[in-house]
Design a protein around this ligand. Structure first.
Ligand SMILES: [Mg+2]
Length: 213
């Protein structure tokens, strides 16, 4: 009997692995929800690229106490079916990663809870317990998400044709293009148009059968 190939499944985080958009929750803490949403709209209309929009949105968080990170994490809910999908992939020897244009301060603890094999996100700068309104380190943007998928495939010794990218937004399009199979979840119009498959429900475990696990 043929053994099914080991898979590498890479998930986007905001509105994919979790049900919220973290930047919006953080903006609420600053009373800047409207300002941040205005930047998001400019980015969606193509007026700003991801890096510019990330920096513009994070600038509104300047001066917040670091404690907002834990408060925001407590408001995040893991998407229905995420645990089951992760366990199903790993039970067959596969690996699961999450890559986010959001923030490592929130993804790091989630990665432990969810037993992720890989994770990568942007880092909010914190000085003396206060958010500076900037990010530090390499920016995780659309191409960086595809780079993460490629690197983790090599590290896992899994061929790109056995990789799967799951996401909702335009920032996921590069990694979806590189992956052997792209799955749109909560898919925005551009993802809906580009993905190989669209999940019909808001339950990530729907992907288990689709992947033949
Ligand atoms: Mg997303």
């Amino acid at each position: 009997m043929n053994q099914s190939p080991r898979l590498l499944v890479i998930l986007d985080v905001d509105s994919t692995l979790i049900e919220q958009e973290v930047i919006e929750l953080l903006a609420d803490c600053a009373g800047k929800r409207a300002e941040v949403e205005a930047v998001t709209e400019r980015a969606m209309s193509g007026e700003l690229d991801f890096t510019a929009s990330l920096k513009a949105r994070v600038s509104h968080l300047k001066g917040l106490p670091e404690s907002v990170i834990a408060e925001t994490l407590a408001k995040c809910t893991v998407t229905t079916g995420a645990h089951k999908l992760i366990e199903a992939v790993q039970a067959k020897g596969g690996k699961v990663g999450a890559v986010s244009g959001g923030f490592s301060q929130l993804l790091d603890p989630l990665a432990v809870t969810l037993n992720l094999d890989f994770h990568r996100a942007n880092q909010l700068e914190v000085v003396d317990g206060i958010l500076t309104g900037d990010v530090i380190g390499t920016i995780i943007d659309k191409p960086a998400k595809a780079t993460a998928l490629r690197q983790w495939a090599i590290e896992s010794n899994i061929d790109l044709k056995h990789t799967v990218a799951i996401g909702d937004g335009a920032n996921d399009l590069d990694m979806m293009n590189v992956a052997g199979l792209s799955i749109g979840f909560n898919a925005k119009p551009r993802v809906r148009a580009a993905a190989d498959v669209i999940l019909a429900s808001n339950d990530l475990s729907e992907a288990i059968g689709l992947l033949g696990l």
